[in-house]
Design a protein. Structure first.
Lengths: 562, 492
């Protein structure tokens, strides 16, 4: 059997998808990740692929344990995403989804920085259609912003790579480490795609505006490619530990006050990436294993949560927490799957989040970062509140919104079921996952101490939630509740955080408003001069253009003679 | 051997074909003549390029008169490349003209169009091939006069004013160039480029030479439309017929850039042009302003054809930026971009013509929903646009890469950063069109629009396909542009 580079399966498949319709198209779609995974399985370990470009040898196939793991992960994510979107009759979305997954595969198997850059840009260009395909005014604008930021990230990467080539003459995609301008540029480029604090806005801006299935794809690939690249190039950089800790904490505030449930999930996506970034920053075998394992689990359970919300959006047409509620009666299966996802992301024992998140936390404690460990502990509690409770509670329980819809379509249920099974399997029998990690695993997740710590954390959080629910802020009549409920959530967090939110939010808003106003003024000024009737764009009378010629000649003569 | 006479044939074939079009004006005969003439010019230029790459510089004495007195055609990698661009685009566009409404519009006088077209081609190739400064001016006038005629054929009545303005400004430019050449003749007593440069080195550079340099620089900058001397360009490209816009946008300014390179580096010499006289900084400043102003104006344009014209202004900024670096890498990037930008803009203007053929408008509002109605045309536009932005796997990326490397080579980080930023602006203006075409539904009650005819699509896709081909197979343009830069700068 002849093998080919993994991304090629998807790119060729995308052409077939574009050419087919109906049932045949569905079969082609399903076949792509299956064929791809088989291809990956039979890929000879010593196979390489490459080409010459300029005077460099580009290699688009480099196989090691890290890329193989991400390779399988992306095949799995694509498979689940494709099943979830099967009922769609939108070839644009199917094609761009497949191309997007293929670009992610291309990036993880890239053997050099130029190949990485090519796929880095392709990730941006192919994925933007998943947002555009929602076809609303809001989504068009979000897509434009998304594209610009993603391309900027690519340009910064290119600048970094060029500088690096200039400095060292090497385009190797290996450990780089932070030293000098070129490595910082590459680091920032990764950071944008990885949603580092202050560089994260594209994610929470664009993901909730994508189509129901588009968000499932989006949440699986872009950020994970960035995590992968960080693990390749910057493992063990201490600054990542602190960046990761901030990433794990700050989204909690926003997630708690957010009403759009998919935006809540987008914030919690950043929070989960924070754990991975901390793991990469610590850089020990255990920590990197934990980061990578968590990336694997996160793709599955975040995908599951995104799918359950996507199904709700598909059936009800809204994603506002304040308008939903009581859906467990009409969508019981979706509700069940959502709870499995919520349990996994909250790291309940026996669910997948538990076996990977704790690796990172133990590593933080082992390597002497107790404060980071506390931050992560706090972040875990926060996750449980906004993703573990808020998402299922608002969508499926809370007050009955009166919405009566059908259960999600069968293909969506199958996709969610598959993801839920993987969540539970990885959580209860983690050794398959562990065996695929880049370093040998010497870690037992189910010790008494781990289980007890995590259970205490979860149960006390749940207790706090129930106490608040019993004693205050939940008027029994549940009229105009939504704001109240949100306030309850803000109270749920330690009081200090409330102070932080009230202090921080106005400053944050003022800064944003100022920035927006500045940009508007800038654009207006640009328009005045560059717009169709501006001085720089209108047709000039011949006489004054001739005058310009004279001015330039005079100027040049002046410069030359003196 | 016939191969010896290729340099003469390159010019003579289209030159003779032009009057033949008028003499044999029956039905499709002029079209056939133009087709044969352009394609044979293309084949000859390919062969010439091959010869130059194998054997080095070709020198051909016209009519057997020896060099400083007779006219010499002198071909190195730089003009071989320009000849290839001009004849290549010229031959792809000819089949396109046949069905692009232009001929119906000018009724039975279409033979005149082909005659003017061939003259323009002759002029542009003549400028590129000749080694004689005055001969260069003559060919420049031939190409300019015929291009005024071609532009004035546009469907919009504003084409006439656009052509008139181009005529006035083009004449000023040409006059400046001939004044410069006259001053050079005064200073050196020679018109042969090589001879001038050798005599200048012996006689020294006096004030007359400086004045000659200034006049030639400004005249050429006017012809190549560097900001702020670009004012003739947007109107001319917007109102000219589609096929003419594509042909001129891809060739005319490129040839003018070549003239600048030839004068700066071969005749005056890099040392005089950039060290004795401080030409580098003002050129670089104007180039950067052009990159940004052109792009910003393009972003706000509602007429898409005009948007492409302003994007050309920005792209000329890139080319001049490469020149102003005065390194082999910089000049090589410029020569490479001459080639790649010809493919990009040629393809985009042809796609624009396909759209105009169906919707008779260039306004962005009328692009709504075209993605579904004219899928092949819009796909061509998107690929061309991606190449314009400089997305990997397209020709534009190779150019961008070379420009950035050239800037970094001179340790000009900020220039590299500006290059990157301005390519972001291209994302914005290309994306506006993509969004309008693919994600807006056509206005209610609009007429049904179908795909453009195959006779228009094939030339469009040939150029657009070349963008992808030369984005992957980079060997040929990179080698030739490097050879050209070395030949111009006189380094080995």
């Amino acid at each position: 059997m002849s093998s080919m580079t993994p991304f090629l399966v998807f790119f060729l498949g995308a052409i077939l998808v574009a050419l087919t319709k109906g049932r045949l198209q569905s079969m082609v779609l399903l076949a792509i990740p299956v064929v791809g995974a088989l291809n990956l399985y039979y890929l000879p370990a010593d196979m390489t692929g490459g080409t010459m470009m300029f005077s460099y040898t580009l290699s688009w196939l480099r196989i090691d344990k890290l890329s193989i793991l991400f390779g399988y992960l992306f095949h799995l994510a694509a498979f689940i995403g494709i099943i979830f979107s099967l009922n769609l009759r939108d070839t644009t979305q199917h094609v761009s989804g497949v191309l997007y997954a293929g670009s992610a595969l291309g990036a993880v198997f890239a053997g050099d920085l130029i190949t990485l850059f090519v796929f880095w840009e392709l990730l941006a260009v192919t994925s933007v259609f998943l947002i555009l395909a929602r076809r609303t005014e809001k989504s068009q604008q979000a897509a434009m912003r998304y594209l610009i930021i993603q391309i900027t990230s690519g340009l910064i990467l290119l600048a970094g790579v060029l500088l690096r080539v200039h400095e060292t003459g090497s385009i190797a995609f290996g450990h780089i480490g932070l030293s000098g301008l070129s490595s910082w540029l590459i680091f920032i480029a990764f950071g944008i795609k990885c949603a580092f604090p202050f560089l994260h806005n594209w994610l929470t801006d664009a993901y909730p505006e994508a189509t129901p299935s588009g968000t499932v794809f989006l949440s699986s690939f872009t950020t994970k490619v960035a995590v992968f690249s960080l693990a390749r190039c910057f493992a063990g950089e201490e600054i990542l530990i602190y960046i990761g800790a901030v990433m794990a904490m700050f989204p909690i505030y926003f997630a708690v006050i957010e009403n759009d449930l998919r935006r809540v999930l987008a914030y919690s996506l950043i929070n989960q990436i924070g754990f991975m970034v901390v793991g990469i920053g610590i850089g020990t075998a255990l920590a990197v294993n934990g980061a990578v394992a968590h990336a694997f689990n996160d793709v599955v359970f975040k995908g599951l949560l995104m799918m359950s919300m996507g199904a709700v959006l598909y059936r009800t047409g809204t994603m506002k927490g304040s308008e939903l509620g009581g859906l467990y009666k009409s969508m019981p299966k979706t509700a069940t799957f959502c709870i499995v996802g919520a349990a996994s992301i909250s790291a309940f024992p026996l669910f997948s989040g538990f076996v990977s998140k704790s690796m990172v936390m133990v590593a933080a404690l082992d390597e002497g970062y107790p404060i980071v460990w506390l931050a992560l502990l706090f972040a875990s509690a926060g996750v449980f509140h906004h993703a573990g409770i808020k998402i299922p509670f608002f969508a499926f329980f809370a007050h009955d919104s009166g919405i009566r819809v059908k259960e999600a379509p069968r293909n969506m249920l199958i996709a969610m079921g598959l993801a839920a099974v993987i969540c539970i399997f990885n959580g209860s029998y983690p050794w398959v996952l562990y065996s695929m990690l880049p370093f040998p695993v010497d870690y037992a997740p189910y010790t008494m101490a781990h289980v007890l710590t995590q259970s205490q954390l979860l149960f006390f959080s749940a207790l706090a939630f129930c106490m608040l629910k019993l004693y205050n802020l939940y008027p029994p009549e549940l009229r105009g509740i939504n704001i109240d409920v949100e306030w309850a959530y803000r109270w749920l967090l330690p009081r200090a955080t409330k102070g932080f939110v009230t202090l921080f939010a106005p400053i944050d808003q003022a800064c944003r408003a100022l920035a927006v106003r500045r940009i508007e003024v800038l654009i207006a000024r640009l328009y005045r001069h560059h717009g169709p009737h501006g001085v720089l764009a209108k047709s000039w009378p011949t006489g004054s253009t001739a005058l310009w010629v004279a001015i330039v000649l005079g100027g040049l003569l002046l410069v030359y003679y003196f | 051997m016939i191969t010896e006479h290729f340099p003469a044939l390159q010019i003579v074939i289209p030159l003779i074909a032009a009057p033949l079009c008028i003499l044999l004006r029956w039905r499709n005969v002029p079209f056939g003549i133009a087709l044969v003439a352009t394609w044979s010019a293309f084949i000859i230029s390919c062969l010439l390029l091959g010869q130059v790459m194998d054997q080095g510089i070709i020198s051909y004495e016209l009519g057997g008169w020896a060099a400083p007195w007779g006219i010499e055609y002198r071909i190195d990698a730089a003009n071989a490349m320009v000849l290839l661009i001009v004849s290549g685009i010229g031959s792809v566009v000819v089949p396109y003209t046949r069905n692009s409404m232009l001929l119906e519009y000018i009724h039975e006088r279409h033979y005149m169009f082909y005659s003017a077209y061939l003259l323009c081609l002759t002029g542009l190739m003549g400028v590129a091939i000749t080694g004689d400064a005055f001969n260069l001016f003559v060919f420049l006038e031939i190409s300019s006069l015929s291009s005024y005629v071609l532009i004035s054929l546009g469907f919009d009545r504003r084409a006439l004013t656009a052509a008139y303005q181009y005529l006035v400004l083009g004449t000023i430019g040409a006059t400046f160039i001939v004044i410069g050449i006259g001053l050079l003749y005064h200073a050196t007593g020679s018109l042969n480029m090589l001879d001038i440069s050798q005599r200048l080195e012996i006689n020294g550079y006096d004030r007359t030479v400086v004045a000659a340099f200034a006049f030639i620089t400004v005249g050429t900058l006017l012809k190549l439309a560097l900001f702020p001397l670009h004012l003739w360009l947007p109107d001319a490209y917007t109102y000219a017929p589609s096929s003419v816009s594509a042909f001129l946008a891809a060739t005319a300014t490129k040839v003018a850039v070549y003239v600048l390179l030839r004068f700066f580096f071969t005749i005056f010499g890099a040392e005089f042009s950039f060290e004795t006289l401080p030409s580098g900084p003002p050129l670089m400043a104007l180039a950067i302003i052009a990159m940004f102003t052109g792009s910003f104006v393009a972003i706000f344009q509602e007429n898409i054809k005009r948007m492409l014209a302003y994007s050309s202004v920005a792209q000329i900024g890139y080319m001049i930026l490469g020149v102003s670096l005065v390194t082999v890498n910089g000049v090589a990037a410029t020569v490479l971009h001459l080639f790649n930008h010809a493919l990009i803009k040629g393809g985009l203007f042809l796609a624009m013509g396909c759209i105009y053929f169906r919707i008779s408008s260039h306004h962005i509002d009328n692009f709504a929903g075209l993605g579904r109605r004219m899928p092949l045309t819009m796909a061509a536009f998107v690929v061309g646009g991606l190449s314009l932005i400089g997305v990997p796997l397209t020709a534009g990326f190779i150019s961008k890469w070379q420009f950035v490397l050239a800037a970094l080579d001179r340790d000009l980080w900020w220039v590299a950063a500006l290059l990157m930023m301005s390519s972001l602006l291209a994302v914005v203006y290309v994306w506006r069109v993509v969004e309008q075409a693919y994600f807006r539904s056509p206005p209610a009650g609009s007429e049904a629009v179908t795909e453009a005819p195959t006779s228009l699509l094939i030339p469009t896709w040939v150029l657009v396909g070349a963008n992808i081909y030369f984005g992957i197979e980079t060997e040929l343009p990179l080698t030739v542009s490097r050879m050209a830069a070395r030949a111009l700068l006189g380094t080995q």
